[in-house]
Design a protein around this ligand. Structure first.
Ligand code: PMP
Length: 305
């Protein structure tokens, strides 16, 4: 089936028909990877459509832009309003929202001062890796590609160029028949998935890789750490060696798109019982409970459309 696109998106201050949202082929970003972006979800909740942690996602968007000296020509409040407008204009509730900013046409040099273009699109999205993935888990492999070193490209910025690494990891995994790839840090410890953070469970406690492991500090990761603390589940941020993937009671990945996806097998070795384990299921219940009203949103994470 051909890909369906939404009718409208917002670009550089205007709501536009999808087909009219264009940029110049000599835009800096197309040649040099100079874009920053976000991935945000909205959910249908009992109180109506809500965007999950919109403010925190936009804070990260501005932080990514700051790292690359990109002055966004809109305030955070303006872009928050745009995210809501794009959902309303397309009559969407449960969607994936993609703000993106990039260096446009402004000369040819690597360090050229260019105009900064900004767009926000949104499209309907259910479970990213398929609904059965949330229950039965996916297979994963450790990638032959490592993440970039912290003194090369900042993993903490969600920048377009970083996803060259993500593409190598994800495409290699899929071409070898795995659901997702897990990358190691430059010194060989566990980092994260192509587009997801990584959690291991040992004896009921959560172990996750730290910011120093070339990861993007995920907002889902932070949400799960917060929910775990609130519910008496211990969380340890630490360096983790590769073989712990094989020895953990449970392994899962998390991210805005992936939500909480159990890993049932790594490198052909079964993880735990080979399906979502009890701690993973508990966290899924708490996390998805935010959207069906069963988990009290005491943090104000649900921002009404
Ligand atoms: N790591 C990478 C490389 C990602 O692309 C993402 C998805 N944004 C994540 C982790 C998870 O981050 P978040 O929970 O904020 O979506």
């Amino acid at each position: 089936m051909a890909q369906q696109y939404p009718d409208w998106l917002w670009q550089n201050g205007e709501m536009k028909p999808w087909a009219q949202a264009t940029t110049h082929v000599m835009s800096h970003a197309l040649h040099y990877g100079s874009s920053v972006f976000e991935g945000i979800r909205s959910y249908a909740t009992p109180d109506g459509a809500a965007i999950f942690r919109l403010t925190d996602h936009l804070k990260r968007f501005y932080n990514s832009a700051k790292i690359y000296d990109m002055a966004l020509p809109y305030t955070r409040e303006e872009l928050a309003a745009v995210c809501r407008d794009v959902l309303r204009k397309n009559k969407q509730t449960a969607s994936y929202i993609r703000p993106v900013a990039w260096r446009g046409l402004g000369g040819f040099g690597i360090s050229a001062e260019t105009p900064i273009e900004v767009a926000v699109a949104a499209w309907p999205m259910g479970p990213y890796l398929g609904p059965e993935a949330l229950e039965n888990g996916i297979t994963a492999c450790v990638s032959s590609w490592h993440r970039f070193a912290p003194n090369t490209i900042p993993a903490g910025a969600k920048a377009g160029g970083n996803y060259l690494s993500g593409q190598l990891i994800a495409r290699e995994a899929r071409s070898r028949g795995f659901g997702e790839g897990i990358a190691l840090t430059p010194n060989g410890l566990l980092s994260e998935g192509a587009g997801e953070n990584l959690f291991l469970v040992f004896d009921g406690a959560l172990h996750t890789t730290p910011a120093s492991a070339s990861i993007l500090s995920g907002i889902t990761r932070h949400s799960l750490i917060t929910l775990a603390h609130e519910n008496g589940i211990e969380v340890i941020e630490r360096d983790l060696p590769r073989e712990y993937l094989y020895l953990a009671d449970e392994v899962f990945m998390c991210g805005t798109a992936a939500e909480i996806t159990p890993i049932r097998e790594v490198d052909g070795k079964q993880v735990g019982a080979g399906k979502a384990g009890p701690v993973t299921r508990h966290l899924q219940e708490l996390f998805f409970g935010l959207f069906n009203g069963k988990t009290n949103d005491q943090w104000g994470w649900l921002e009404a459309v």
